[in-house]
Design a protein around this ligand. Structure first.
Ligand SMILES: NC(=O)c1ccc[n+]([C@@H]2O[C@H](COP(=O)([O-])OP(=O)(O)OC[C@H]3O[C@@H](n4cnc5c(N)ncnc54)[C@H](OP(=O)(O)O)[C@@H]3O)[C@@H](O)[C@H]2O)c1
Length: 299
């Protein structure tokens, strides 16, 4: 994996891995206990979760298996009932998370999808961001991040200067470059960058089950035609579409870790071969020659 990605989590001595296993699906289906065990005992030992994934079950399952050498990043979520997302809620969310995980500190803790509040409200005294900063100052959290879709909301949070990390999703992939400004702003500030959903939520995994959606939304015919062109390019080069999708993110020096959604033990086992795949340089040149992707459903 590229040298540029070797880095430590700010505020900790924990080395950052280029692959983070995404656990938003963990606990949604039966068999979560087995998947959780596999997630912490394989080649990749860095996990991304959140207070609200599977209603808290993702964190609970991870907490049952977490051990030495496993790094877990989590996120503060708004109150699921009221939507309130103030400083008190961040503190409660943190307490819930560390209790489910059975840990006392978190290396990275993100503000997750703050869609019920404005940036101004989040930054005000008593707001969500001062609470995150307090957790960092108390040494309970190594780095604080903003984890949300993309666009101006994330850019505005980055510009506050309060954050050490950013997680964007579905916006820097084989078929979408709309996180370009986020990558630029974060790099200027030497922030840690997580690029989540390299498969666009599934369409770039090649599975027909996900063929009509990108970033969890229906695709336009124009976008579908572009995906088809990329798929044909992969075929011409004998490259698996999900391998190209993963390496598009892994080879990007401004991305420090790529967050891949793992839905099953089979998907986890398949990840090894995707990571080890070698994609010829000529493939990337031809991808570039296809031109800028059309707007995706998440733009
Ligand atoms: N706001 C946020 O903080 C935020 C938002 C989005 C995502 N995330 C994080 O990023 C992670 C990834 O996002 P995501 O799961 O939505 O998108 P993704 O990683 O782009 O796509 C995941 C899908 O790709 C397929 N897949 C996974 N491994 C594969 C493999 N080895 N071969 C072929 N297909 C494979 C799976 O499809 P099947 O369903 O067919 O198995 C899975 O559902 C999440 O779990 C979460 O941790 C964070």
């Amino acid at each position: 994996m590229p040298e540029q990605q070797a880095r430590r989590v700010p505020g900790t001595d924990i080395p950052l891995e280029a692959i983070t296993l995404g656990t938003s699906a963990l606990g949604r289906e039966p068999g979560g206990e087995r998947l959780a065990r596999e997630l912490v005992s394989g080649r990749f030992r860095q996990l991304d979760t959140s207070n609200e994934y599977a209603g808290g079950r993702s964190e609970t399952l991870i907490g049952q298996v977490i051990g030495d050498g496993v790094t877990v990043f989590s996120k503060a979520d708004r109150d699921p009932g009221t939507g309130v997302f103030d400083g008190d809620r961040v503190m409660r969310s943190f307490e819930e998370t560390i209790s489910r995980l059975g840990v006392s500190t978190l290396p990275v803790y993100h503000l997750h999808d703050p869609f019920t509040i404005t940036v101004r409200e989040a930054m005000a005294p008593g707001g969500a961001v001062p609470a995150l900063v307090a957790l960092r100052e108390q040494g309970l959290v190594g780095a604080i991040g903003i984890a949300a879709a993309g666009g101006t909301l994330v850019e505005d949070y980055i510009r506050t200067g309060a954050f050490d990390a950013v997680l964007t999703h579905n916006r820097y992939t084989l078929v979408d470059r709309s996180a370009e400004d986020i990558l630029r702003l974060a790099t200027e500030r030497r922030m840690l960058v997580f690029n989540a959903a390299p498969f666009g939520g599934g369409i770039l995994s090649g599975s027909p089950r996900h063929a009509s959606r990108y970033g969890y939304r229906p695709i336009s015919p124009e976008f579908g035609r572009h995906v088809e062109k990329v798929r044909e390019l992969c075929e011409r080069w004998g490259v698996a579409l999900p391998a190209a999708a993963l390496h598009f993110s892994l080879r990007e020096p401004r991305v420090h870790s790529t967050v891949v959604g793992i839905t099953s033990v089979e998907r986890l086992k398949a990840l090894d071969a995707l990571v080890d795949a070698v994609i010829p340089d000529g493939f990337w040149e031809e991808l570039e020659a296809l031109g800028a992707p059309p707007p995706s459903p998440v733009d």
